[in-house]
Design a protein around this ligand. Structure first.
Ligand code: ADP
Length: 349
């Protein structure tokens, strides 16, 4: 493992900011922590970078103990690179000067500089000043500078947060590709779930200093392990249901069955449960015996429209329908369920 963050606790004074947090990253993997403001994302990065001591637990970087109860390797000896939302480049240096700042004196600077200029598609800008560069180019210089000393781990703190939407999506793909080409191990924190899904090999939801599920973006979306992850990740609703057998759950909109066993020690047949309904689980069934529901909200997204629907019994759920069906708030439709991944949670957790 290139990063092992094991059962770490951190306090600011008497206030706990991280509680028993564990996750890891293999060499060459990109991890992302998603969470709202105040969840503890920056604190995790600062603990890894060596800017904050931990109270208990262990942080290992490249197999070596960097933080422990009685161990605190200083930040400058951790071989960790950082990239922030503000590129924080030196305005008085040109691109080459900024990148070389990160290259250790002993190494062959010109070879490494040429490699990084090529990798970060900056070969034509080596002599350019920072103010002559676009926002995207500045971020690529910041990335090249962080990668220059070949860090064991790259940390990214909301690096695309101040970019506009179009640039953000372009930068995200570019930065991911550069990190992969370099074979670096990286950890990014963000509050943006779409960004996390596009960037991560593995990600998790951070909430009040604890981590809920450390998994692939696919599993986080389709197989959330708790109601908190289910509601934080993606659109969707938790609707009431009853387990009618090991593989079936009954809802107001019909019985949904799963290949996987749904019952657990906490949820047996007969128990009331909450069933996760993603917008793509709900399909239009006008005239086909669907359940009647009324549109209470709509968000136009171009190719499709996300509708908020309310059934006669008051259950709210979401449906993502092609935008050729242009419905308005108050319209009534019939819907049915087509659920690929059935996810249930106890009605009371
Ligand atoms: P995030 O990066 O997810 O927004 P932070 O790691 O910055 O969250 O903060 C986690 C919690 O710790 C918050 O409640 C925040 O107010 C608190 N906190 C962060 N930095 C300090 C600090 N230097 N001193 C005291 N409390 C802090």
């Amino acid at each position: 493992m290139q990063l092992e963050f094991s059962n770490v606790n951190h306090y600011y004074g008497r206030r706990q900011a991280i509680g028993g947090l564990s996750f890891d990253l293999r060499q060459g993997e990109i991890g992302v922590l998603i969470g709202p403001s105040g969840a503890g994302k920056s604190t995790v990065l600062n603990c890894i970078a060596g800017l904050e001591p931990i109270v208990s637990g262990e942080i290992r970087i490249g197999g070596e103990l960097a933080s422990g109860t009685r161990v605190h390797v200083p930040a400058e000896r951790r071989q960790v690179g950082m990239m922030f939302q503000d590129s924080a480049l030196f305005p008085h240096l040109d691109v080459a000067g900024n990148i070389c700042f990160g290259i250790a004196k002993r190494t062959d600077r010109s070879t490494r500089l040429a490699e990084l200029l090529e990798l970060c598609r900056l070969a034509d800008y080596a002599g350019a000043r920072v103010h002559e560069l676009s926002g995207g180019q500045q971020q690529r210089v910041a990335l090249a500078r962080a990668l220059a000393p070949r860090p064991k781990l790259l940390l990214l703190d909301e690096p695309f947060c101040s970019s506009d939407a179009a640039l953000r999506s372009e930068l995200l793909a570019e930065v991911r590709q550069i990190i992969k080409e370099e074979g670096s191990t990286a950890l990014m924190v963000t509050h943006d779930q779409a960004e996390a899904f596009e960037f991560a090999d593995r990600c998790g939801v951070l909430d009040s200093g604890t981590l809920c599920q450390w998994d692939s973006p696919y599993n986080l979306y389709h197989r959330p392990n708790c109601a908190l992850v289910a509601s934080f990740i993606g659109d969707g609703a938790l609707i009431p249901g009853t387990l009618v057998s090991e593989h079936e759950v009954e809802t107001e909109l019909g019985v949904v069955s799963s290949d996987q066993r749904l019952t657990t020690l906490l949820m047996e047949a007969g128990h009331k449960v909450k069933v996760l309904m993603r917008p793509d689980d709900v399909v239009l069934a006008n005239g086909c015996g669907g359940t009647r529901a009324q549109v209470f909200k709509r968000a136009f997204r171009g190719a499709d429209i996300l509708y908020g629907l309310r059934t006669g019994a008051g259950t709210e759920l979401y449906a993502c329908l092609p935008s050729r069906h242009d419905l308005a708030a108050g319209d009534a439709i019939e819907v049915s369920l087509q659920v690929e991944h059935v996810v249930v949670f106890p009605a009371v957790e």
